[in-house]
Each structure stands twice: as structure tokens, then as C-alpha cells.
Design a protein around this ligand. Sequence first.
Ligand code: ANZ
Length: 945
Amino acid sequence: MEYNFREIEKKWQKRWVENKTYQVTEDETKKKFYVLNMFPYPSGAGLHVGHPLGYIASDIYARYKRLQGFNVLNPMGYDAYGLPAEQYAIQTGQHPAITTVNNINRYREQLDKIGFSFDWNREIRTCEPEYYHWTQWAFQKMFNSYYCNDEKQARPIQELIEAFSQTGTEGINVACSEELSFTAAEWNAKSEKEQQEILMNYRIAYLGETMVNWCPQLGTVLANDEVVDGVSERGGFPVIQKKMRQWCLRVSAYAQRLLDGLDTIDWTESLKETQKNWIGRSEGAEIEFKVKDSDLEFTIFTTRADTMFGVTFMVLAPESELVQQLTTDTQKDEVNAYLERTKKRTERERIADRSVTGAFSGSYAINPFTGEAVPIWISDYVLAGYGTGAIMAVPAHDSRDYAFAKHFGLEIRPLVEGCDVSEESFDAKEGIVCNSPREGVTPYCDLSLNGLTIKEAIAATKKYVKEHNLGRVKVNFRLRDAIFSRQRYWGEPFPVYYKDNMPYMIDESALPLELPEVAKFLPTETGEPPLGHAAKWAWNTVNKCVVENEKIDNITVFPLELNTMPGFAGSSAYYLRYMDPHNNQALVDKKTDEYWHNVDLYVGGTEHATGHLIYSRFWNKFLYDLGISVAEEPFQKLVNQGMIQGRSNFVYRIKDTNTFVSLNLKDQYDTTPLHVDVNIVSNDVLDLEAFKAWRPEYETAEFILEDGKYICGWAVEKMSKSMFNVVNPDMIVDKYGADTLRMYEMFLGPVEQSKPWDTNGIDGVHRFIKKFWSLFYDRNDNYLVTDEPATKEELKSLHKLIKKVTGDIEQFSYNTSISAFMICVNELFGMKCSKKEILNQFIIVLAPFAPHVCEELWETLGNAGSVCDAKWPVCNEEYLVENTVNYTVSFNGKARFNMEFPADAASDAIQTAVLADERSEKWMEGKSIVKVIVVPKKIVNIVVK
Ligand code: ANZ
């Protein structure tokens, strides 16, 4: 019988559904194992060969664990809200719900073809009300909570309200946007609105004024990674920095716990390091500076308090409220011109771009240690959102201050007098060379730093600052609160209505608040988000239901929130929902949660290192504080699959035009490279008509050609829908079958490594499966399997395989497992072994990799039930004992050749045989033997002279 993968795969995929093979229930008698993939965003492009890489890797692990007797949860679902469906809706008028369902159906079809062991009974879609019910619910809980720094956990906001009414802010130690201070009497005298305003300062989900990337043409806030070179990634529209009132999540309150938690989980060091840097814990001091000839003062944050003596100027972030107050009349024009210029730059650009810009405010600050007056400058290398948004500049010891001082001709004063401060002597990392240890430092006040290391000097200065009331010791985190509003349609609606301009939560019992229908997916004429087009989007607080906007009376009927939640909302607690996806009483039942506990193995891409993996850890910690989640960390072990790269093509748009210039002419213009779909490019030549038809904004595109052609640029990069360079797995499945695709993807290289897609070699994998098949059936359809007992050699070959594959799977080293399968099949073939005793076990070990063919052969061998429920074989070391030993033969300690001897050979016999070998004669080089040393089971060393 031939290996007919088409029939076999269809048969088993059907059988798995009929027999509910992958449906899992909580089973207290078994140990659980929870495997999770980062769920996909179902894009219009469908799956490409890069997507299944991680799913296959985790599926192999899930199947392996099941064979080891674990109760394995391996769910799948869709991150179904998002920008692409909405952009498509804007372009075509097609409702995003429809395109999303179409895309999901396509994904499902593609996934089913690959033979995953997902429990589809647990599927979730983030855009469905039954699911986002719990996203909205968690948001409301965050709104109604504050973070207590003493108890290090979220607490009900009611507790804080009670504290305010009894003792004001006295003695509270809580996370906040701004330090406030008031008495109980003051609090009690405030109006409801004033109290609500104050509570915003403490809520974990709060409305806050934040600086955002605002794109006027798109009418929305964009995330940092949606902005490239100051324009929107989609459409190339200008993006400006704008202060807006937005929903935020107080992720920063959890900074220390997010840091500490990293020590308890099994993630790669590099991923942990990325998160640590993102969280960015920094110990330093806040020091007060008074403004000369004014009552104003301001606070700076420094990690180098010991450098107070080298301060020669101060710098404020352009956004600082002090800028207007401190700018003198004569400097106004210059400062305003500077502010206008810097407004266009995103924070990321400000960090990356090291060019020096700034303006002098005209005012001076007094150094609290020395009494000296130093000029106050404004520059965007100081970021508004970090520390206090103001710094003391020490150009002799800080590279950015140094560049600034050089540019504007400001004083550079080293701590150690007479020290060389030329550019060459400057070490950006250490500060100038004579910095440490400090000798001859001018003592100031009564503080001497002479003879101290930097660390000691910082500690001494901090102590001094504290004792003299000049400021305070402060730990800062780089981690910011997350901006949680989007001015888009296709996202979770906020369960919020507005009374007197203040937000209120709709009743918990009325959740979910369903996304309304709108006439248009664009912002309204008055600049409101798309939900502003909804005619029925008001909240009746009496009947607890959505009603028509005309009914708004601001007495019992109020307008609902027009923003929606961002992409990461739905992906933050989805792993909990998979445990109990049909529960309509709770996010997850407590007992069920206790059983599944948390994800044992999470597989996904590194691009989520600082987004999703911070947000979901934060979200989970919050739920943990509420007693909902039972594990403080959601993802115990995490494996990042590498990317399968593709070959992308580019076109070059001349800035501010719709003209595209061919590759070799592009240097004559100021251009922006843009990805173009590889399917409308052939041998790097662009199909111009197809390009115009590709997207509406290119309909009027014009081209500057070379030799009558438009040549595209190219690069090997991530295979991704956004790079338009995808290869479809369906094609591979049709041609070779899913088992080949699965094994081939794993054979491409280590799971964690990135590698370009290359179809060469897929034949080899396919031949392996056919060869394995031919151990069961010969060309003439004869069934070859016998019940004869296996020989020692056959058992050795099998157990070598079991040992190797077991170890490899534990290490996610699947590519080496596949080589081992190939070796073993060749060995068995060589021994003409078609013995059931051997093949039965081989099938089990291969089943996680190639489940369809293994099910078929498992059945062929007469086994009942699915191979998924077999028992993973244990390697019997006895079979592996070698009966020969490979000796290294050395001459004067230099290894020259190897010889094989029976394991029990005597030293004398070995010595004789070695000396008799003709290769020995060569390496003796005519010298005579001094000594022969035989180290049993290892080496023979011959000493010659
Ligand atoms: C004086 C000084 C002297 C500094 C010196 C450094 C070296 P990390 O480690 O990242 O916390 N800084 C403070 N706030 C800033 C802001 N909003 N934007 C840009 N820079 C800011 O770095 C803290 C140091 O970065 C602070 O210590 C401050 O410069 C600067 F030899 O103060 B330092």
C-alpha cells in the first residue's frame, strides 16, 4: 500500500472530531499541563508558513506531555479586534465583524489542515460579548481599585475614600499620578465632582492627561510602533505630540512586583533582561532647586547626587509647566520657536536622535549645595514623562550634557580640579577618566567626598541631602502607565457613561455593554471617535440599558464613552478564560482555576516582550490581588519561537508626493521606502497596474522608471502580513501533507532561531515518512510486520531513539530529533526490521511530530484507540551498553587516530594491536618507543623519542 497522505490525513482529522480526541476536562486524578500559544490576529492574508512554527512546536510538546500521562490543556482562539479589519472597513464599507468572521473561518480551515491537538470546544474570540464581558468587568474593577504601597496590592477604592474622609492624605502610602495633600475636613467639604477628580489620581484605571502620538488625518492616537519617522506607518500622515485626556492603566504601580516576579519564572535570560530594562528601576535622589529672584522652585531627579559640584546648568523638558513661567520676556520668541519645532518629535525619536537642540529660558537656578546660580535651559533630550522632567546638568560627567554644553558653549566643570575635559579624555560610560576614585575633590558645605568611590560618594551625598532637607532618596521606574483609549470603532467599548463630564461605571449586572452599530467607521465631523456616529449610544441608569441619544437628559440618561479599548485589552487575561470559557457567572470558576493554575508552557514571538508580556503580567497580578487568579505569574515557562523570514520587496515614495521612483534612481530624491506585496512583483519588477489597484491611495500613483521598468528593492526580513511577503502553508500541505509540513518546519532549525523559508529539503523529510511507511508495506502492498522478537541491535537502535527524542523534546531541540528519526529508520531498514515490538514504540515517539501517519499505522498494528493515549516509552539503558569501545591513539600526547576494541579487551592485547597497526609506524616517525600507556576504555598514549 502506498503512503497516501491525502486520505490518511482527512480520515484522521475527521475521526479526531468525531471521537472528541482533543477535548479535555478537569480531571483531579491526573496532573495537569497547560500549553498555550499566543493567539493569532486573524488577518485577511490568512496563515503563512511562519505562523504554525510556534503552534507546531507547542503541539509536539502538548502531545508528548499527554503521552506521559498528563491532562493537557491546549486551547486556541482569536485576538479578533484590531486595526486592519477597521481600515478595511473604512476602505470598503464592509463591517469589521463580517471580515473578522470570514478571516477566522479561513484561519480555522488552515489550522485544521495541519492536525493540531487544540481543544476547539474552548475557542474564544475577543470580539464576542461573552468574552469581552470579562475584559470590561476587569476594567471596572481597576477603576474601583487603588494600589496600596504598604500592602503591595490593589485595594478597593472605597477604603481610600473612607481614609480621606477620616484622616485626609495623612499617612497614606499609595500609588498616584501626583502627590496630593489635604485634610479630612478639606475632603469632606469638596463637591462630588471635585472628589471624583481627586480619586482619578489614585484609581488603577483612570482618566489622565497624557502626551500621545496624535494623527489628525487618521483621527486617532497611535502607539509608538505605529509611528515611523514622524508619520503614521499606515498612510504616511503626520503625527504630532498632543496632550489628551485618555484612559490609562496604572501599570507603574506594579513595577517592583513585575521586576521581582521575573526571578520566579522560567524565561530566557534575554527576555528577562528586556523586561528589566523596560521596567528600568533606577535608584537616585530628588533634589530641590530654587529659581533665582523668584518664589518658584523645582525638583530634579539624579542618579549621581555626588556630582552636585559639577552642575553648570539645568535643563527642563519642553512640556514642563515651568517653561512658560521661567521664560523671560527677552527669551520668549526663541523659546516658543523651539517648542514649536520639538512638538513634532515622538519620544522615541527624541531618545534615538542625538543631535543637540535647545533654548535658554533666561532664568537661573540656585545650586542648593553651593549657592551658585546656573542657567536654566529647555531641551527635548530631557523627557517629560521620566523622573521629574527636569535635570541638573553635569557636562563633565554625562555624555548628553557634555554634547549640549559643547554645542552652546556652556561651562564644563570636572569634579576633580584640573582634570582634562577634552573630547578625547571623555569616556561616555564612566564619565571623565579622573572621576574615580576621587582625590582632590573640592569639599563643599561640610561634605567631603575625598577618597571615596563613586558608589560611596553617591551614598554620602544622598545621606547629606536627606539630613539637610534638600530633597529625598527616590527609586524611579522607566515603566509608564499604559494609555488605554483608542479613537477607533473595532474594539471593546468602555462600560462607562459620563455625568457632569465625569466617568461612571455602568452596573456590573448590565455587562457586557455591546459595541453599537455605526453609520461610518470614521471620526465624526466634530472630531469625535467613530462611536460618535452611533445613534443609540446613551445609558439609561434606571433601566440599565442602552437607549437612543435623543433620550439623553443628563438626569437619568447619560452619554456613553466614545473611545474603545486598545488591542492588548483582550489578550491580557485570555489564558484564564480558556480554563472556563463558557462560564457566564465569572471570568473563571475558582476551583477550575485552582486546577489549571497557570500556563506551564507559553509559546510566542519576541515582538511581545514589552507589550503583551508586560500588560498581561500586570493584568494577572491585579486579578491575583482580587483573589481571582490563583498564580501571581501567568506564564511559568516561555519559549520564543524564531521567525520564519521571507523575502520582501520595496517601492520608494518621494516624500509628500504620490510618485514612486525605481530602485536605482531613488538616491536622487528624498524618499520613504514602503513594503509592496510580493505577489505583484516578479523578479523584483513591479506590476504597475496591479500596484495601482492594490490600495486606493495608490490609484493615482505615478512612477519614475528605469529602462521602462519599476525595479523594487528587497530584503530578507520577518514573514508578515505587514511586510507583504507571505508563503501559504496550504500549498505545502496539498503537495506533501501536513505531517511533512510539521516535520519540515521543525527540521528547519532550532525552534528559537530565526531562519529564512526555503523549500529545498522538504523532499528529504517527505521521503523519510515514506521510508518509515515502507517498513510496514512493501512496493507490492505486502504487509511486512511480524511478531518476531527483536534483536539486541534493533532494541539498541530503538532505545537510542527514545532517549534522544525524550531529551530533545524537553529541550525544544526538535530539529535534532528529526535527524534521530531518520537515522533510526535507516538503521531499521538496514536490519530489515519490520517487527511489531519495535515499530509500535517507534510510532508513539514519532506521533507528536507526525500525528496522522502515526494514527494510521497504530491502527494498522491492531492497537485500539488513538495513539494519543498510548504511553510514552522509557529508554532502557541496558540496551545501550556499548560492546565495543573507541580508543584514541596518541603519540607524545597528540591524538592521531582511533581504533575500536571489544569492551572487555585486555590492555596487553590493545597495546599489541595498536603497535601492529600500520598508522603507528607513520606517527612514530622512525623514533623508538619509550613507553605505552593504556587508559582502559579511553586512550592509548605512546611515548617516543
Ligand atoms: C546628574 C548626572 C550626572 C546624571 C552624571 C547622570 C550622570 P537613569 O539611570 O536612566 O535613571 N535624567 C533624569 N531625568 C531625566 C529625564 N526626564 N530625561 C532625561 N534625562 C534625565 O538616569 C538618570 C539620570 O538621567 C539622572 O542623573 C539625570 O542625569 C538624567 F554624571 O543627574 B543625572
